[in-house]
Design a protein around this ligand. Structure first.
Ligand code: GAP
Length: 454
């Protein structure tokens, strides 16, 4: 009987990600650059799965949402109209002594540079400035001249690229509210209290969908999207004990929002925002209409016209991956040995199946295993491994979350069957080798529930 140990710490997740090549600190050989990460092979595969599961739910399985891929660098007037130039700021305090910078509204989370570590202001030598507003957008220059006329920004959210394309989509995709535009892409923020690994990065991949609705239907659609997005996570196996909805108080809401509900996950840093669903009202379309002169409104066939209201579910792949990693991470003692296992939903797992010849030097087993790998890899990401003891190979796959392992052994050579090992239950059964492909297709379609306790 397996015994599970908790809790999952951020250090354990960081260490697994590094050990198994999911995520590395960026430009590490030069000492890294704060809160920027590079994804390795398994990280890329897991991110691809999350992106395509989101896209499937938001676009592929619906008639009312279309896709968009807008530029990262937009006309800077977009950010004036959206309110980011004047309002996308954090209040900052500098320490003239240790030269560190802290968020004025999160001073209690800050750490002074000196040892023993204390909060900013707690040493007698601390010399803090008054708070001042610091804009989180990264600036750049477009063209050869570096002056005010060439100033531009790396987008801090993908949403504005959607609003400025509202008219194009309305006309060319021939949609009428309610309809949505979905976009996935990198966003950039010069975060002042970065840290906590993938939770708060300076460069992250957002997945946002702006859903344009008749004003009278805004509230109803807001609730619809809060529920739909909650269900997306539980369908992918996230434990309900670690996921909750939290409505924002009026004082917390962004300038554009009339209602916001966060889906929060119980990360090792405590309950924190995983995804936000906001009712942005007519704020964005009205702002861009006023600043650009283009009328961003819906005109019906009968001549009725109105500015649609917008419901926005917004999340980053990075925060989802972190939630999945924390939710799936497990350590247990099996037959007096410890194993670390990532209990990821099979559809999220970077590798769907391992193909293992029991004896890596047995030419017949290798040949059969390679043939099976060739057959399966056309449809799924699978991994062949013939290096080392079988137990160690299983452990390696457990740590990257591979849900199934097919082992080719002596019996395969006699009767053309293989064993399939289940990552979670460790149960093994035998299957005809010719039926493995269909078995795997089926297994990946099945519902899956986390075996970690609620
Ligand atoms: N368009 C609305 C918007 O951008 P937000 O709450 O600032 O709203 C939306 O961001 C989502 O983007 C968050 O819920 C989170 O999943 C993700 N996100 C925001 N900042 C992030 C960061 N620094 N690192 C990783 N993910 C981030």
């Amino acid at each position: 009987m397996a015994e599970t140990t908790e809790p999952v710490t951020m250090d354990k997740i960081v260490s697994l990600c590094r050990r198994r090549g999911f995520v590395f600190p960026s430009s590490e050989i030069y000492g890294g650059i704060g809160s920027t990460y590079d994804y390795g092979h398994y990280g890329v595969l897991a991110k691809n799965n999350i992106r395509s599961l989101w896209f499937q739910a938001m676009v592929q399985e619906r008639d009312d949402i279309v896709a968009l891929d807008s530029a990262v660098i937009l006309n800077p007037r977009v950010w004036e109209a959206s309110g980011h130039v004047s309002g996308f700021t954090d209040p900052l305090i500098d320490c003239r002594t240790c030269k560190l910078r802290f968020r004025a509204d999160k001073l209690e989370d800050g750490r002074c540079g000196r040892k023993p570590s204390k909060r900013p202001g707690e040493f007698s030598e601390c010399d803090l400035t008054e708070p001042r507003q610091f804009n989180l957008m990264f600036e750049t220059h477009v063209g050869a001249l570096e002056d005010a006329s060439s100033l531009a920004y790396l987008r801090p959210e993908t949403a504005q690229g959607i609003f400025v394309n509202f008219k194009n989509v309305l006309q060319l995709a021939r949609r009428r509210p309610p309809f949505g535009i979905a976009q996935v892409g990198k966003s950039f923020r010069n975060e002042i209290t970065p840290g906590n690994f993938l939770f708060r990065m300076r460069e992250f991949e957002q997945m946002e969908m702006e859903y344009f609705v008749p004003p009278a239907e805004a509230e109803q659609w807001f609730h619809y999207w809060v529920d739909a997005r909650y269900r997306w996570y539980t369908d992918l196996g996230v434990r309900e004990s670690h996921l909750r909805r939290r409505e924002h108080e009026a004082s917390e809401r962004s300038h554009y929002s009339s209602a916001t509900t966060d889906l929060e996950y119980l990360y090792p840093i405590g309950w924190s925002e995983l995804e936000g669903i906001a009712n942005r009202g007519e704020y964005d379309l009205t702002q861009h209409t006023q600043h650009s002169g283009a009328r961003l409104e819906y005109v019906g066939e009968g001549g009725e016209r109105y500015t649609p209201h917008v419901i926005e579910p917004a999340v980053s792949i990075d925060r989802i991956l972190l939630a999945f990693l924390v939710d799936g991470y497990d350590e247990e003692i099996v037959a007096e040995r410890e194993r670390t296992v990532l209990r990821l939903h099979p559809r999220v797992a970077p590798v769907k199946a391992a193909i293992l010849p029991l004896i890596g030097k047995n030419a017949e087993m290798v040949e059969k295993a390679r043939a099976l790998q060739q057959e399966l890899r056309r449809r799924h990401v699978v991994e062949y491994d013939d290096g080392g003891a079988i137990g160690r190979r299983y452990r390696r796959q457990d740590e990257i979350g591979t849900p199934f392992a097919f082992t080719i052994d002596e019996q395969t050579l006699e009767d053309e069957t293989v064993t399939v090992r289940d990552r979670d239950s460790l149960a093994q059964e035998r299957l005809p080798i010719g039926g493995v492909r269909a078995w795997l297709d089926d297994a990946l379609e099945r519902d899956w529930k986390s075996p970690k306790s609620e």
